[in-house]
Design a protein around this ligand. Structure first.
Ligand code: NAD
Length: 249
């Protein structure tokens, strides 16, 4: 079944080889979408797009730069004529405690996770409104819901909680135009963010808190993004979907 046949999708921060964005881009391409991978480095973005097969695009775009977001969306609209799906996946985290957070840390983490989500969405909204169709998927985190985790400091929790607020407010405002906005809250997922950063003992401790007894995979998250991007979720907007193996039960 090709859930995104004929659709055009942007995934930000999707050049990281083991990342959630790359797995999402792969799932979208496998389901018939033409995908644009946006990331900081042009070479990495183009290489990641080439991995997906012919016709996909890689563009350098720092999502904290509003003009760069607008330029990327304009370039894609020029080629594609429409934008059906936007996944705001680009994110950074820093394992800091409250008193360790300097102004620069706070700015950096809020800028990429929260400001970038706003800027990239603003760049795509005019096209989606005109089409009277579109799906925006924002990456939040279990850190927003339960206050921190091993990898993210309080500033990361604040940024990802902000993403949830932004998701709901944008969903409400855009619903009359049939543009849907939803969030995914991944739990502990094996990616480069988490790889090799835990001792065996710490990993066992984390897994003990997950009822399903395993870490998530990038494809677990990609499957959820595919659902939210496609018409399978046609009547879902303003929702947050947990992909966490039951961590909040
Ligand atoms: P990752 O570090 O593997 O990938 C993040 C990507 O974002 C990288 O390719 C990086 O180059 C890109 N990026 C960073 N700053 C950018 C910017 N300013 N503009 C454009 N691109 C930028 O991360 P991941 O583990 O795949 O996480 C993806 C998303 O999921 C993030 O938003 C993260 O906060 C969220 N998340 C991850 C986990 C997890 O366990 N891995 C859990 C919850 C939420």
């Amino acid at each position: 079944m090709s859930l995104l046949s004929g659709k055009f999708a942007i995934v930000t921060g999707a050049a990281s080889p083991r990342g959630l964005g790359k797995a999402t881009a792969r799932a979208f391409a496998d389901h018939g979408a033409t995908v644009a991978i946006l990331d900081l480095d042009e070479g990495n973005a183009k290489a990641a797009a080439a991995d997906l097969g012919d016709g996909h695009v890689g563009i350098a775009c720092n999502v904290t730069d509003k003009a760069a977001c607008e330029a990327a969306a304009a370039q894609l609209l020029d080629t594609w004529g429409r934008i059906d799906v936007l996944v705001n996946n680009a994110g950074i985290t820093q394992p800091l405690k409250i008193m360790e957070i300097e102004p620069g840390n706070y700015d950096a983490v809020l800028d990429v996770n929260l400001r970038g989500t706003l800027y990239m969405t603003q760049a795509c909204i005019p096209a989606m409104r005109k089409q009277k169709a579109g799906s925006v998927v924002n990456l939040s985190s279990v850190s927003a819901q339960r206050g921190g985790g091993i990898f993210g400091g309080p500033h990361y929790s604040a940024a990802k909680a902000g993403v949830l607020g932004l998701t709901k407010a944008m969903a409400r405002e855009l619903a009359p135009d049939q543009v849907r906005v939803n969030a995914i809250c991944p739990g502990f997922i094996d990616t480069d963010i988490t790889a090799g950063k835990l001792t065996d003992e710490m990993r066992a401790q984390v897994l003990a808190g997950i009822p399903m007894g395993r870490a998530g995979t990038a494809s677990d998250v990609a499957g959820c993004a595919l659902f939210l991007a496609s018409d399978l979720s046609a009547y879902c907007t303003g929702t947050e979907v947990d992909v966490n193996g039951g961590s909040l039960i």
